[in-house]
Ligand binder design. Sequence first.
Ligand code: MV4
Length: 527
Amino acid sequence: MSLYTKGQISNGSPRRIKRLLIANRGEIAVRIIRAARDLGIETVALYSDADQFSLHVKLADYSVRLPGNTPLETYLNVPVLIQAVKDSKADAVHPGYGFLSESADFADAVASAGAKFVGPSAASMRTMGDKIEAKKLMKIHKVQCVPGSENPLKDVDDLRKHAKEVGFPMILKASAGGGGRGMRVVRNEGDLAESFAACTREAASYFGNPAVFCERYIENPRHIEVQVLFDEHGNGVHLFERDCSIQRRHQKLIEEAPSLFLNEVQRAEIGRRAVIAAKAAGYSSAGTIEFICESPERIYFMEMNTRIQVEHTVSEEISDIDLVRWQILVACGEKLAFKQEDIHLRGWAFEARINAEDPAKGFLPGPGRVNQVRFPAGPGIRVDSHLYSGYEIPQFYDSMVAKLIVWGPTRDIAIERMLRALSEFEIDGIPTTAKFHEAVLRHPLFRAGTFNTGFIDQQAEYFKGAFSAVPDDQQTHAAILAAVLAVEELRRPATMVSEVKGTLVSNQERSLWRDRARLEATNRGGI
Ligand code: MV4
């Protein structure tokens, strides 16, 4: 049986969800609303004042206002969110990613309000949220971790003892940290005391837990993570790996699945380890096991992300499994309708995170009104986004405005499709990272697959010439011009035949004046 025909809410579903509240915003709120609607489940959107006109609010069946704008007074405000659950009579809550998605306390509060948290148990979130606990659990189950301290470091002397075994460079990490926050690389003995004090202090103030541990530091590792999916009956599978090495300051830029780094044997092995890790935590729902790879033979468990991730889409594309749909089905108490041997890796997928940022200004966020957007389409193209023409991107939240996801039968075809899609993509009025993605996709080392987490920094010179900025004082000018050109474009014939010699003139040539005008107005055109 095809995986497409499986995964319905059965009449005998242990826990039928009728109304799902989405405790999030932006593209992931839209993604979750779509999955819920496919299952015939009603949706409740939440919105801060700045999000009043957001797409997720327009698409949901109901919506509840969260007064204010800052994350703390809105999407992170547990008492207000719980009141919204009660007021809207939602029987389930999907947290999305970010915000409260990995808060075990929020999961408990949702349960206390009588609603189902669409995610893992609070207990497994607590276990995996504590990086020292998680590593201990992995050790028991023989999942290889980076050598280092097994308990919170007691003091600098304790750290010195470990430094003798681990050697330099080493890395200090907050046990309650994760995702690159609360880490410190130590390169020599002289820096130990100061680094330990600083890391402990930051851990206490950022995460409310001063516990710190140390590991051998691996320079420029490859970042490979495995998607897992578990039901509440102990059944679990992995959906292969994603390579997330193309990142800048812990912000992923391009993800792909599978990874060129692994052969079939290594792929099966990393998947096996991920399933063991999730099972050890008593995990249910969708989750990710992060590994860092020194070489294909040296792959270490790093941490588990107990949420749906931004880049879940590439795993969906190569496995044909709708992860958000399955998160909801699993929350209804349904059993997985497939076993590991039913899941086949098919083709290649990429995701480019299009951010409202200016690569020429150190990726400075550029919120504002989007005059005109046009999404790419065609074979292998998927756009997950909350953008629409006229939408105003608020300054209060993250700058990701669209995920461009492509699938192709091979890696090369998928890259060609991504370049085609990027060339079709139009977002007028704000700076975006689209041109930067194009430059990465054209880079010979990216094409060859010989990159690691240091790639973007190492290639900074190469990327410098690949884009240019929209000067602030010309933003308004550019916006007006873009609007005029948009109208002009509607009138432009599809193809022109020269009246003089009957030769075909391409659209590209025909619109040179337009591109030239845009280049001059915005100083960012791509002729
Ligand atoms: C490391 C490491 C090198 N050695 N741990 C950053 C995110 C967090 N999940 C773990 N991180 C790292 N841990 C040891 N022992 C290097 C990183 C790291 C990194 C990891 C994945 C993706 C991008 C990264 C960028 C810089 C550092």
